[in-house]
Design a protein. Structure first.
Lengths: 88, 88
C-alpha cells in the first residue's frame, strides 16, 4: 500500500515526536509531508504511535492511502526537497 | 481527476498569493494541503498561475494526481480542519 501523510501539528515538541515516529516507517519529502510504501500492519502501528504523541483536539493528520501506487502520478514544482527514490 | 497538492512556501507574501490561486480551483483542507476534483485543463491553468507567484529555487509544490479517485482512501486523525464534502 502507498500512503501520503500530511500533518498540521501546532506544537514543536509534539511535531518533533511525530516526525521521529513517521521517519521509522516512511520518507520525509516535504516540511509536513511523508510518503512511501507500507504494509497495513505497519501503518496501523505507525498511526497508533503517532496518535500517542499528538493532541487530537489541536493537531491533524491526513492519511491518504491507495493499494494502487501505479494509479498515482506525482509532479514537483520548484524545489524537490527530498527526492524519495522509491517513487515514480 | 483527483489531486492532492502539498506545498512548502517559505515567504508569507508568496504563500498568500499561492493560496489565493489554489482556492479558485481546489479545497483547502489543511494548513499546507489542498485537494479536490479538477480537469486536466484547469489543473494546468492552476499550476501555471501558482508557478508565477512562487520562487522555484526556494518553494516546493507536490502535486499528487490520480484518475481513479475511488482508489484513494482518506483517514483523518485528530482535527478535521476543513472537512471537504466532495470526498469519501
Amino acid at each position: 500500500m502507498f500512503v501520503i501523510i500530511c500533518y498540521d501539528i501546532t506544537d514543536d515538541g509534539r511535531l518533533n515526536k511525530a516526525r521521529k515516529v513517521l521517519r521509522k516507517y516512511l520518507n520525509w519529502v516535504q516540511y509536513s509531508v511523508f510518503e512511501g510504501n507500507i504494509s497495513y500492519g505497519n501503518l496501523e502501528k505507525c498511526l497508533a504511535e503517532v496518535s500517542e504523541v499528538i493532541d487530537k483536539r489541536e493537531d491533524s493528520l491526513y492519511v491518504y492511502m491507495t493499494d494502487f501506487e501505479k494509479s498515482i502520478r506525482k509532479k514537483v514544482i520548484g524545489k524537490d526537497k527530498n527526492p524519495s527514490d522509491n517513487f515514480i
